[in-house]
Design a binder for this molecule. Structure first.
Ligand code: DX5
Ligand code: ZN
Length: 217
């Protein structure tokens, strides 16, 4: 498959979300990345169900919902109802990750697992077959606009090795500080899905920036 681009609406204009969603609908974006922060798992609060529902009404593309919250199991059904197509939970926030993944799938969503920069890839060896998308955090989660952690390339290689060794069909997603400088190398080492927020929305022409990220060969 050619790589996917998932712009993060966290860097959009919250007073004009409709305009940004329309731009994304008309762009080369594949998914819309939606960051949910609870102020406990991460030191920031973003937004909740009413905003996701409003985005869903306008979005012509799947919502890739990234939960930076503790005890995500309590809300899996609510996120499905709100319009999530992919639901990504953090490894560090789940005591019974296998069960959480099964519940997400039973709800008819793609199941994703995110790893913080300090979390080792081999933690997922036993369940990699069940994970639709494994998201490598290339910043510490909580804020847009942070600097990309260079160690990420090596981590992606480890994920790729794990996927090859186990024959799993897991896609590798990267989130945080992604731009046109690091994206070619991220794709070269094995990333399938690139999330990008401030680089896209802070650019002069976000639609062209999305096309440029999508057009990397
Ligand atoms: C960080 C979020 C990211 C963020 C990406 O906690 O999970 O999705 O919005 O934004 P940039 O691309 O600005 O790092
Ligand atoms: Zn995210």
């Amino acid at each position: 498959m050619s790589h996917l681009i998932a712009p993060s609406i966290l860097s959009g204009d919250f007073a004009n979300l409709g305009k940004d969603i329309e731009m994304l609908n008309n762009s080369a974006a594949d998914w819309i990345h939606v960051d949910i922060m609870d102020g406990v798992f991460v030191p920031n609060i973003s937004f909740g169900f009413p905003v996701i529902k409003a985005i869903k009404k306008l979005a012509a593309k799947p919502l890739d919902v990234h939960l930076m919250i503790i005890k995500p199991d309590r809300y899996i059904h609510r996120f499905k109802e709100a319009g999530a197509d992919n639901l990504i939970v953090h490894f560090e926030a789940c005591t019974h990750l296998h069960r959480t993944i099964q519940t997400i799938k039973q709800e008819g969503m793609r199941a994703g697992v995110a790893l913080n920069p300090h979390t080792a890839v081999n933690n997922l060896e036993a369940i990699i077959h069940d994970v639709d998308q494994l998201m490598i955090m290339s910043v510490n989660p909580g804020f847009g606009g942070q600097r990309f952690i260079e160690q990420t390339y090596q981590k992606i290689e480890l994920v790729r090795n794990l996927i090859e060794k186990t024959g799993a069909n897991t896609k590798i997603e990267v989130d945080g500080g992604v731009n046109l400088t690091n994206a070619p190398k991220l794709l070269a080492v094995g990333a399938h899905i690139l999330v990008s927020g401030s680089f896209i929305f802070g650019s002069v022409n976000p639609m062209e920036t999305i096309s440029a990220l999508k057009g990397i060969s």
